[in-house]
Design a protein around this ligand. Structure first.
Ligand SMILES: [Zn+2]
Length: 76
């Protein structure tokens, strides 16, 4: 496994190695999910999800809202 050493800047930013971005499909300007587990920071490519409830299923990609939420809004 290749390892990279990076220094954070004064705002806590770090550049992700291009090799890892390419391997994980994290393109420039991609949205990522950042979580912490057991003292490690995990950065994952964010899958498209509903802007209201976060569901990844039954997503209307044009509206970025799931069919269930569309139905709930229509019922209001
Ligand atoms: Zn939804």
């Amino acid at each position: 496994m290749t390892q990279f050493v990076r220094k954070l800047d004064h705002m806590g930013r770090v550049v992700l190695p291009a090799e890892y971005r390419k391997k994980t499909g994290i393109d420039d300007l991609a949205e990522v999910r950042i979580t912490e587990k057991d003292g490690k920071i995990i950065i994952e490519k964010l899958s498209p999800c509903c802007k209201i409830c976060g569901a990844e299923e039954k997503l209307n990609k044009e509206m970025e809202v799931c069919e269930d939420c569309i139905a709930k809004v229509k019922a209001l």
